[in-house]
Design a protein around this ligand. Structure first.
Ligand code: SF4
Length: 343
């Protein structure tokens, strides 16, 4: 037997009895999946039963006042889930019924790829996938994948592996079996391999990697930098300086800017860096830009420049809007506010 057969048989025998599993009805599966996002099963059970008593059908939910839906959601948190549930119920009623494919389900409010895949597979038998952290963990261990599970490429790889073995006539049990195994047996720190139906197929277990996988590569910590950015305009042009030929963004053109959190403190640093007097006057906007190791928090100021450009310490130019759009490579960080509306 393949691991898929082992999984599906195990699920048929050992699955927990949960209220939304009684019918595998699309509405029930949908409500449960939305409630289970960021919330544990034990916490969801009572809410689910109250919710379904109050709104037993998608029509009942669509016709209910939003306040009542939110009231029944009280305590579950993340209220946008309840708002979207209500909105999507109205969309379903307007369209004359539940969409039956994962692609169509994703056009409804609050339904992403995971939830759409779960509903399509469980309620309609579509060979769709619902890949969350649990499924990533199970598959990473089963195939001993030494890839960072947080990367989109790893998710794509897991998807390809699962599609290669997908039992097309057992979509519901396959998708739920993977979820259930990840929740009950192949758990995060201490997988219960001794009672796992996949133990003879599991490559992580064979190689003793089961507690080392899945792999998560910690993100490098980013240094926070506050920057004051000066937008100096003259006769429809804006002042740019060239960055040094080494380091970050080497040789690119930029608006004059320095490390500082307040405009007053920026002036001497501006003079020091650019050789001319630059005076930030009025805040135009704020923006953030993240590089691999640095996070810039920028405040853009309309600014004035002194007239002594002979003392400039870096190459400078006055650029028209057209040149900025077409010819000049401005770092993305500086494109984050539209200063033109201030001219
Ligand atoms: S054998 Fe262990 S590591 Fe492998 S799938 Fe089962 S529980 Fe997970």
């Amino acid at each position: 037997m393949s691991w898929v057969d082992h999984l599906v048989c195990w699920f048929a025998e050992y699955k927990r009895s949960l209220p939304w599993r009684e019918s595998n009805d699309a509405y029930a599966v949908w409500v449960s999946e939305i409630m289970l996002q960021q919330t544990r099963i034990e916490a969801v059970l009572g809410y689910y039963q109250r919710f379904m008593r109050a709104f037993p059908t998608v029509e009942a939910l669509a016709g209910a006042p939003l306040e009542r839906v939110l009231k029944l959601w009280e305590g579950l948190g993340y209220y946008s889930r309840a708002r979207n549930l209500h909105k999507a119920a109205q969309q379903i009623v307007e369209r004359g019924g539940f969409p039956r494919t994962s692609a169509e389900l994703q056009t409804l409010a609050g339904i992403g790829e995971y939830t759409a895949g779960a509903i399509a597979a469980i309620a309609f038998g579509e060979p769709a996938l619902a890949i969350d952290g649990n499924v990533m963990r199970v598959v990473s261990r089963l195939y001993a994948l030494e890839e960072d599970v947080l990367l989109a490429s790893s998710r794509k790889h897991v998807k390809e592996l699962l599609l290669q073995v997908y039992p097309k006539n057992r979509a519901s049990d396959f998708v739920q079996g993977l979820m259930e195994l990840g929740e009950l047996v192949c758990i995060p720190k201490t997988p219960r391999c001794e009672s796992c139906p996949l133990q003879t197929d599991c490559q992580a277990l064979a190689r003793g990697l089961q507690t080392r996988l899945p792999l998560r590569v910690p993100k490098t910590k980013q240094r926070l930098e506050h920057r004051i950015v000066c937008i100096v305009q003259k006769e429809g042009k804006v002042l740019l300086f060239q960055r040094p030929q080494e380091g970050l963004l080497q040789g690119l053109w930029e608006y004059p800017n320095v490390l500082a959190a307040e405009p007053k403190k920026a002036r001497s640093a501006l003079k020091e860096t650019y050789g001319i007097d630059l005076k930030p006057l009025e805040l135009m906007g704020k923006a953030e830009h993240v590089y691999t190791h640095i996070r810039w928090q920028m405040q853009f100021f309309r600014a004035e420049a002194g007239s002594d450009f002979a003392a400039a310490r870096r190459p400078y130019r006055w650029a028209t809007r057209e040149e900025l759009r077409q010819d000049i490579m401005l770092p993305t960080a500086f494109k984050k506010i539209d200063w033109e509306e201030w001219s």
